[in-house]
Design a protein around this ligand. Structure first.
Ligand SMILES: [Zn+2]
Ligand SMILES: [Zn+2]
Length: 281
């Protein structure tokens, strides 16, 4: 917002919308129900103000009390009053425009807003807060209201504390691969009973994990597992995962590129499986 006077431009755009609305309301209000200009008397100002109140009712609420006080102060007749009103509106607009271009205090403006943009952005990014039951990747479906949780790229399950019961090694495979395989899982949700991955929806009906026969995770998560294999193992009190040799050759640059590729395509999230393939092209 601090670059190119973005905030100033935004304020100006909103100001023009508001000014136009008030000006339109004045024009609309200066005519009676028959479409004829209100007579140039002091009394018709009452009708003018009441009409304006009706026109602007969705945008601003003017209390009856405020309306009365205003009327009490007005000494002019209707037509010069309307002209003065439009003139002071123009002056006010110019005054505010000058104020906007002189001061660029972004935090002050943000503090005054009833809805905080940073909170709205956070909610959008944070989503519903649910995590994949296997790899713990956060749900990426926008906002809170969706029928199924999904994520474009699942992580090696070991990062979500899944280990092989026999070898105690962290599992390097992806959820998208497991749900395609004959493997089984067991955890506290299944009361430690074995259950086929293919039927994961028996336990997690609100998750959509598209089956993907290819064994590749995004480069980013492969890189993370290779780099921090021992530390994850230590943290989860398991043995490090057997990572494929090819994963060890992934550079930091490739890892970051993988992350960028995966999230630049958020617009086509309706088909997460397709997204992953597109990322690899
Ligand atoms: Zn997962
Ligand atoms: Zn969700």
């Amino acid at each position: 917002m601090s670059e190119n006077k973005t905030l100033c431009k935004l304020k100006n755009t909103n100001l023009l919308v508001i000014v136009r609305k008030i000006r339109d309301s004045t024009k609309w209000a200066s005519k009676g129900e028959d479409g004829v200009l209100l007579p140039d008397t002091k009394e018709s100002i009452t009708e003018l103000i009441s009409n304006m109140r009706k026109y602007l009712i969705k945008d601003i609420s003017i209390s009856v009390e405020a309306e009365k006080t205003t009327l009490f102060q007005i000494q002019s007749t209707c037509h010069p009053f309307t002209k003065s009103l439009i003139r002071s509106l123009r002056e006010l607009k110019e005054q505010l425009q000058e104020e906007f271009s002189n001061s660029e205090d972004i935090s002050e403006t943000l503090n005054k807003l009833p809805i905080k943009p940073q909170d709205e952005l956070f909610k959008r990014v944070f989503g519903c807060g649910q995590q994949c039951p296997f790899c713990k990747v956060p749900c990426e479906a926008g906002g809170k209201e969706h029928e199924q949780h999904h994520a474009a790229v699942h992580r090696p399950q070991g990062l979500g504390c899944y280990m092989n019961v026999d070898t105690e090694k962290l599992v390097e495979t992806l959820c998208t691969t497991e749900v395609h395989s004959e493997s089984e899982f067991s955890n506290t949700d299944t009361k430690e009973e074995w259950h086929p991955y293919k039927k994961y929806t028996d336990y997690y009906p609100d998750w959509h994990i598209p089956p993907d026969p290819t064994i590749e995770a995004s480069d980013y998560w492969k890189f993370v597992l290779v780099q921090y294999n021992d530390r994850f193992a230590q943290e989860y009190e398991a043995k490090p995962a057997d990572v494929p040799e090819a994963w060890r050759r992934i550079t930091k640059e490739q890892a970051l590129k993988g992350l960028k590729d995966a999230f630049n395509i958020k617009g086509t999230m309706n088909n997460p499986k397709k997204c992953i393939h597109e990322t690899r092209l």
